[in-house]
Design a protein. Structure first.
Length: 479
């Protein structure tokens, strides 16, 4: 497999100090390539390139700038299968999932913000007998984009596309666990001839990310990852008065009332629990089911979960692939052990799965359903981020809201009911940034995305992203 390189000032280059780290394929447990372990020297080079490119890129005609985003989208589409295979190999998810979700949404990110930038309007305010105030939105300069390992290319481009569309130049770092599709994106940028320095992709570990956050010439940080890492970023960036957008953890409730369409709720809840091996910040890992339908819902849900095939991500029938790393596998299994200690009963799953053949040493965990836990136990309060879901009965709106809102997180929630008044009432009282009613993970790129409490600061998507990556300047004209 081709080794990964940095993309700095329009060129694919080794780390200056020549250091590298190994990249492991989760499905096999084996190293398949290496990537640069970048240092401050590489970062300085990338920031200098972005600085040098900024004035020309920001001054480019808006239509021309957006045409470059469409070229990037076209480049990804031209190599669609290679991107899907790489995303699966890097992350452990089924190739079918990468081809259905990750890569199409990455393409859509560039297409959407290429159009959004051309419709991003400023405001004016007429003051009688005085004059007019009007607002200019100015790009920030060099911005840092740091993305996680669960949806590598999708979330990487979710940040890069609006930053470029707004006129900024970008220094981006993908997760060191899943760097390969970011490298393929670099190759697309070389292929289409993206102007030098506009986008720079620097690989490395935690220290590389910290250097991006702390660098005085980086004006804003857009980060998706753990709440703990977000706290560290805030401590560094706040005293430097940088803009920060932090999309952090989730421990999302999935609430099913007794008037819900049970079949629809069961089928969608299987997806919302175990898609991408439960490694999506939006997964509904805490299920609350009304006591009147608890028994029948549990029976149907567990039966559907048992049907999920855990297997080689390259096989079309596999619905659950490998978790992302050995370390993460150990973390998830430790929470299953904890759940048993806290009095939980494993209804299905709960163990490592041995997949024969090339995946014999891979990191596979059976989809796990647990009942009998207190709503405030550690298993129900801490983010596991794996194929593990708990189910709990409830008797009233007041009770389920208290349980749903009890965690430190507040990213998303799903709510199942055919009572429209209840839907509005409960949605309003849920402490989170996103509520799906009778659905899950329906994404419209125009809508604001983000959470409350320990799930983050700021919003991504639509005009929110364009506002984040620009500063407002007010100009007053006297009559």
């Amino acid at each position: 497999m081709e080794k990964i390189l940095n993309y700095i000032n329009g060129e694919l280059v080794e780390a200056i100090e020549q250091n590298q780290f190994e990249v492991v394929q989760p499905a096999t447990g084996k190293t398949y390539t290496t990537a640069p372990l970048s240092t401050i020297a590489d970062l300085e080079k990338a920031i200098h390139a972005a600085d040098a490119a900024f004035e020309k890129w920001a001054g480019l005609a808006l239509e021309a700038r957006c045409e470059w985003l469409l070229k990037i989208a076209g480049g990804i589409e031209a190599h669609f299968n290679a991107f899907a295979q790489a995303e699966s190999m890097d992350n452990g998810k089924p190739v079918s999932l990468a081809a259905r979700v990750d890569i199409p949404r990455s393409i859509s990110n560039f297409q959407f913000f290429a159009g959004a930038a051309q419709h991003f309007a400023s405001e004016s305010h007429y003051t009688p007998n005085s004059g007019i105030n009007y607002t200019i939105r100015k790009p920030l300069g060099v911005v840092g984009c740091i993305s996680p390992w669960n949806l590598p290319l999708y979330l990487f481009t979710w940040k890069i596309a609006p930053a470029l569309a707004a006129g900024n130049c970008v220094v981006a770092k993908p997760s060191d666990v899943t760097p390969y599709t970011a490298f393929l994106l670099s190759k697309v940028c070389v292929e289409i001839g993206l102007p030098k320095g506009v986008l720079n992709i620097v690989h490395g570990g935690v220290d590389t990310g910290k250097e991006i956050v702390a660098h005085p010439r980086v004006k804003a940080i857009s980060f998706t990852g753990s709440t703990r890492a977000g706290e560290d970023i805030a401590r560094t960036a706040a005293p430097m008065y940088k803009k920060i957008s932090l999309e952090l953890g989730g421990k999302n409730p999935n609430i099913i009332f007794d008037d819900a369409d049970i079949e629809d709720a069961v089928n969608t809840s299987v997806l919302s629990s175990f898609s991408n091996q439960g490694q999506i910040c939006l997964c509904g890992s805490r299920m609350f089911i009304h006591e009147h339908i608890y028994a029948i819902f549990k029976e149907k849900f567990v039966a559907k979960v048992r049907e999920l095939k855990v297997g080689d991500p390259n096989e079309a029938e596999s619905r659950v692939g490998a978790v992302v790393s050995k370390q993460h596998e150990e973390k998830v299994l430790s929470y299953i052990t904890l759940a048993k200690q806290e009095g939980g009963t494993i209804l299905c799953g709960g163990e490592k799965v041995n997949v024969p053949g090339r995946c014999a040493d891979g990191y596979f965990i059976a989809p796990t359903v647990i009942e009998g836990l207190a709503f405030n136990c550690r298993t129900n309060q801490e983010e596991i981020f794996g194929p593990v879901v708990t189910i709990t009965p409830f008797s009233s709106e007041e009770e389920v809201l208290q349980m749903a809102n009890s965690v430190q997180y507040g990213l998303a929630a799903s709510l199942w009911t055919n009572d429209i008044k209840r839907a509005h009432r409960v949605a309003d009282k849920l402490e989170c940034g996103i509520v799906w009613i009778n659905s899950w993970m329906v994404r419209d790129l125009r809508t604001p995305f983000g959470g409350v409490k320990s799930s983050g600061v700021g919003r991504e998507g639509g005009w929110e992203a364009m506002r984040f990556f620009t500063d407002a300047k007010n100009v007053f004209i006297k009559y």
